[in-house]
Design a protein around this ligand. Structure first.
Ligand SMILES: *[C@@H]1O[C@H](CO)[C@@H](O)[C@H](O)[C@H]1NC(C)=O
Ligand SMILES: *[C@@H]1O[C@H](CO)[C@@H](O)[C@H](O)[C@H]1NC(C)=O
Ligand SMILES: *[C@@H]1O[C@H](CO)[C@@H](O)[C@H](O)[C@H]1NC(C)=O
Length: 225
C-alpha cells in the first residue's frame, strides 16, 4: 500500500515536472552565468571526508565562511561539493538546513555550488561487512525538490562516476530513474552527470552505452578527470 502511494506521488510529480532542457535552454543557462563558471572541488579543510563535513557535530560554518571568502577573492564562482548519503539519512531536515547555511555563506562571495550526489568509490569510514547503499530517488528527489527554485545553486551532478564499481545492468535501469525523479521536482537548475573517462583531449572518443545514457539524461554536459 505504501509503495502504491509512493508510486502515485511520483507519477503525479512526473506529470507536472519539467522535461529535459533543449540545446537552446542549455546555452541560455550557460550564457547567463556571469562572468564565467570557475571553481574547484571543495570540502572543508578540517574534514577527513564528506560525512565529517556534513554531519551536525562537525559541520563548521565559520571555516566554510573563511574558505568561501578565499575562493571568492580568487575569482571563483562555483565549488563542486559532494553531498553525503549517510548524513542525509541520519537527519534529512538537519542536513538540508546545513546545505542552506552553506548556500547562504557561498552566495555572499558570489559562489554557486554544484552539488554532487552518490559517490560509489568513496565510502566514508569504511568498515568490514555490508556497505551502506545510497537510496537513489529518496535523497536526490527530496534535496532537489527542497532547493528546486533556489538560484544560489548552480546545478546538480546526479551521480559521481556512476559506472565505477556498480553492476552496469542495474545502473542502466536505475540511473535514468534517478534523473527522472529529480527532474520531476521541476528544478530551475540543470541536472548533469560528469563524464570522466578519457574525455580531456579525446579525439573521436567512442562513448560507452552508459556514457550515452549519461549524456542523454543531462540538461547540460559536464566532465572531469
Ligand atoms: C517553485 O516555484 C514554483 C512556481 O513558482 C512553485 O509552484 C513551487 O512550489 C516552488 N517550489 C519550491 C520547492 O519552492
Ligand atoms: C573508435 O572506434 C573506431 C571503430 O572501431 C576505431 O577505429 C577508433 O580508433 C576508436 N577511437 C578511439 C579514440 O578509440
Ligand atoms: C541516446 O540518444 C541518442 C540520440 O538521441 C540515441 O540514439 C541513443 O540510443 C541514446 N542512448 C541511450 C543509451 O539512451
Amino acid at each position: 500500500m505504501h509503495k502504491f502511494v509512493l508510486l502515485l506521488l511520483l507519477f503525479l510529480h512526473e506529470i507536472y515536472g519539467r522535461t529535459q532542457w533543449t540545446t537552446d535552454q542549455a546555452f541560455a543557462w550557460f550564457n547567463a552565468q556571469k562572468p564565467y563558471i570557475m571553481g574547484t572541488e571543495y570540502m572543508t579543510s578540517s574534514a577527513v571526508n564528506s560525512l565529517e563535513m556534513w554531519q551536525a557535530a562537525t559541520f563548521d560554518p565559520v571555516l566554510i565562511d573563511k574558505e568561501m571568502a578565499v575562493g571568492g577573492q580568487l575569482g571563483m564562482t562555483t565549488m563542486r561539493i559532494f553531498l553525503e548519503d549517510l548524513a542525509y539519512s541520519q537527519d534529512p531536515a538537519g542536513f538540508k538546513n546545513r546545505m542552506s547555511t552553506l548556500l547562504g555563506i557561498a552566495s555572499k562571495y558570489g559562489i554557486k555550488p554544484l552539488f554532487v550526489f552518490f559517490t560509489n568509490g568513496a565510502i566514508p569510514n569504511p568498515a568490514n561487512g555490508i556497505q551502506p547503499k545510497p537510496i537513489p530517488g529518496v535523497e536526490s528527489s527530496d534535496v532537489v525538490g527542497t532547493f528546486a527554485n533556489d538560484s544560489r545553486v548552480l546545478g546538480w551532478d546526479m551521480w559521481n562516476e556512476p559506472d565505477d564499481g556498480i553492476n552496469l545492468n542495474d545502473l542502466m535501469l536505475l540511473f535514468p530513474m534517478v534523473c527522472d525523479w529529480a527532474r520531476s521536482m521541476n528544478p530551475i537548475q540543470p541536472l548533469t552527470s560528469g563524464l570522466y573517462r578519457d574525455v580531456i583531449g579525446a579525439q573521436n572518443k567512442n562513448y560507452t552505452a552508459f556514457e550515452l545514457l549519461q549524456l542523454n539524461n543531462s540538461d547540460v554536459i559536464s566532465f572531469h578527470e
